[in-house]
Every structure is written in C-alpha cells, then in structure tokens.
Design a protein around this ligand. Sequence first.
Ligand SMILES: C[S@@+](CC[C@H](N)C(=O)[O-])C[C@H]1O[C@@H](n2cnc3c(N)ncnc32)[C@H](O)[C@@H]1O
Length: 266
Amino acid sequence: MNQSKKVYLVGTGPGDPELLTVKALRLLQNADVVIYDRLVSEAILEQIPAGVSRIYVGKKSGNHTLPQDEINQLLLNLAEGQRSIVRLKGGDPFIFGRGSEEALSLAKHGIAYEVVPGITAASACTTYAGIPLTHRGLAQGVQIVTGHSQAGQALELDWAVLADSNKTIVIYMGLANIDLITSKLMDAGLDANIPAAAIQNGTTARQQRVLSTLSLLSADVKKAMLQPPVIFVIGKVVSLARELDWFETEDAMSDYFADRNQSLHG
Ligand SMILES: C[S@@+](CC[C@H](N)C(=O)[O-])C[C@H]1O[C@@H](n2cnc3c(N)ncnc32)[C@H](O)[C@@H]1O
C-alpha cells in the first residue's frame, strides 16, 4: 500500500509486539522517522528497519524529557521535510496518551495525519493477568480513570460514582496515589474486601501481578516494590485471576502473599 506524506499517530499496545495491529506494523516498517515514548517496548522498537531515524521523546512522571508543546513542534518541523513520520505511543494514542493534543496541533497547522488505535493497557494487561473486565454476574461495566494528579494538586475523582461494586474500576498512572485512592473508595462505601489487583509490565515477559483486596492493595503493592508501569484493577472480576491465568504470570508475592491470596481467592 502506498503511504502518502503524513504524520501517523500510532498506538503500539502495552508491550507485547504481537499486539501491534497489522496497520501499525506496516506503517512502522515504511517509516522515514519514528518518534517514540518511554512506554514503547524494546521488542516493538526492534520492528523498526535498520537505518530509519529514531527520536526518543519519552516522559517520566515529574521528569519530562521533552515538554508536550516541544513534541508538537517537533512533529510540525519533521512534517516539513519527511514523508512518513510515525509517532509511536504506548497502548492507545487517545487513552491517556495525549494523542489528541498532538492531533489538534497538526490539524491547526494543516498537516495531514492519521490516528491508528492501539490496544490499551486496561484491555491488554488485564487480559494477560487473567482478569476479564466484564463477566456475567460480576461486572456490568467498566470505569477507566487516571490516578495521576498534577504536581501540588489534589486528585479529584468522583468517588461516589466510582464506588460501584457492579462495575470494574481500572486505574492508570495510580502508583503514587494508590493509598489515597483505596482510602477514598472505602470512604465512599466500596467494600474493603472487594478483590483488587496491580499489574506491572503487563503483556511482557516481565509481567507481575499482585492479587489483593481493596483494603490491603496499597500495603501489598509497597511490599512487592512494584515500579511503573503499573495498572490497577478493582472489582469482583479479579476473583477469576487465578483460574484464568493463561499467561502464567509471575506473581509478585512472597510466601506471605501466597498464603494469604490462597485463602482469599483459592
Ligand atoms: C501515560 S499512560 C499511557 C496509557 C496508554 N496510552 C494506553 O492506552 O495504555 C501510562 C500508564 O498506562 C499504564 N500502562 C501502560 N502500559 C502498561 C503496562 N505494560 N503494564 C502496566 N501498566 C501499563 C500504567 O498505568 C501507566 O502508568
């Protein structure tokens, strides 16, 4: 297929390169320049043909490698000279990925672009951890929220709406605030014993899970010393995680965790 001169905002999924869409892989293999984030895995970068320029613009919370407006400007500058600019984004560009900010900047400047959806962490990491987001009798729906607050600002979520035991809650970027998040959910009436999980490095060979409950999640995550990227899932569906562990995740558990989780979920 012929690729016209464009900027492509491409979702890569959360890590496993086999979760790239056919379209994402084709664009990657025909790119003139690839711009990528910290969350784009090494295995995905290996799909870029030798000789294609790569520009790293990844961000860490509190340590912005390149501010968003500079990334927007970089895309505009590259669009002047290059034919096929592929901007890779972990997961999906339009879910906590700032893809829409980049698309708005391109649109404002009359630059042709396409957005290629990717499998978002909420979907892929939970699936690889053996947790269905919905299940008849356990969850009627899903609520996806960010657990990140701007530096110096309080995390403002609608706790009363979130505290619904018939819906699964998925929290992105929540590691720093997980103590606050779990406390607020319990204060809003969510059962302290509802199953809860943390998934680190989902869909990769380094994937780890912590299976817990709402009241113990924060302490368990600290004991397991999880590091970003971590996604949290709270809801009755987490009770299926042991039975549906098709990916055979390495659980981030000491004997302490193993014993307790056995009695909780076994
Ligand atoms: C800036 S957001 C990007 C989300 C991405 N656009 C998506 O659709 O998945 C980063 C957050 O996504 C989650 N995340 C992304 N990849 C992950 C992975 N492989 N394992 C666990 N969490 C992941 C974490 O909560 C992380 O803090």
